[in-house]
Design a protein around this ligand. Structure first.
Ligand SMILES: C[S@@+](CC[C@H](N)C(=O)[O-])C[C@H]1O[C@@H](n2cnc3c(N)ncnc32)[C@H](O)[C@@H]1O
Length: 295
């Protein structure tokens, strides 16, 4: 395969990406042309919010083609367009043959939750010392164990005994990682719910791989009270969900919330105060875990 690389200003990124699509590029990627220099500017918004801008001041666009002729032709065609003003073709280069599956897999290593509890991709052997493992491959649903919010929930789960976990609700289950983690530590029965049907399917698939029993579905599936209610979403939806989530916590049960930034602790405490007294229970990389016990 051959890749054609261009430099372009921020306002041309969309047009060029669409043009590459129309030219049947096999893939298109956009990077900051000023990365690793003093001119590098981060491009991300608050969690859950759109980025303040859609591209970098100078972007490097790389498009992949099956043949050198197709890559050369695409470069020449684009260079002849009005909208190419301010852009520059950097060149066409052959992409060496790779074992792409192996390369992708090598980017996902086992993740340590506690010294004994690990998230392990299915193609990996569990690390020495792993007493408990959760097998999970990256997929379309959030939750591979690499995000601090997921890890903090799993650490909390790993500290509880089966009796404390009891009946569990995983609200916003994504890949099902928390529900499956709870099952591994003896929780039962378990309901895992999400607004995204792809997450519900991923949870069912991942439960099968891990040989654990759980029920998964859309949020309406949650019913009655649970000994443990887990929700790793984001601060804004968690505030809206406060009465609903608290109503699902049984007497003597626990509420465990993640997806909250350190500076959002007080607003979450206030939002939940009419029902349960939230406290910060853990923190990692600017994210916090908040928990509350009922009665
Ligand atoms: C950050 S992911 C967490 C996934 C997994 N539980 C974990 O801890 O890694 C949040 C999940 O919540 C789901 N979600 C967002 N808002 C929701 C809502 N109002 N009700 C149910 N699920 C929701 C999203 O679809 C997403 O799968």
């Amino acid at each position: 395969m051959f890749e054609l690389t261009l430099l372009c200003p921020e306002e041309r990124v969309d047009t060029l990406s669409e043009a590459f699509d129309a030219l049947d590029a096999l893939s298109v990627s956009v990077e900051d042309a000023d990365a690793q220099t003093d001119a590098e500017r981060a491009l991300f918004g608050e969690p859950g919010m759109p980025a303040p801008r859609e591209a970098w001041t100078r972007s490097r666009i790389t498009a992949l083609f099956a043949t050198r002729a197709a890559a050369d032709e695409a470069g020449a065609l684009l260079a002849a367009q009005d909208f190419f003003a301010g852009c520059e073709v950097l060149g066409v280069a052959e992409v060496p043959e790779q074992d792409w599956v192996r390369l992708t897999q090598s980017q996902f290593e086992p993740v340590q939750i506690t010294p004994e509890f690990w998230i392990v991709p299915t193609w990996h052997e569990p690390p020495a010392g792993a007493v408990q493992t959760l097998r999970l491959d990256p997929g379309m649903a959030f939750g591979t164990g690499t995000h601090p919010t997921t890890r903090m929930c799993l650490r909390w789960i790993a500290r509880q005994g089966a009796a404390t976990l009891g009946r569990v609700l995983d609200y916003g289950c994504g890949s099902g990682i928390l529900a499956i983690g709870a099952a591994k530590f003896g929780a039962a029965p378990i309901d895992a719910v999400d607004i995204d049907p792809a997450a519900v399917q991923a949870t069912l698939d991942n439960a099968l791989v891990n040989d654990v029993q759980l029920a998964a579905g859309l949020p309406e599936r949650a019913h009655g009270v649970y000994q443990t209610v887990l929700a790793n979403i984001l601060a804004t939806p968690l505030k809206v969900l406060a009465p609903l989530l608290c109503a699902h916590v049984a007497q003597g049960g626990h509420l465990v919330l993640a997806g909250i930034l350190e500076r959002q602790a007080d607003e979450l405490k206030q939002a939940y105060a009419p029902w349960l007294p939230l406290e910060v229970a853990d923190s990692e990389d600017g994210w916090i875990l908040m928990t509350a016990a009922r009665g």
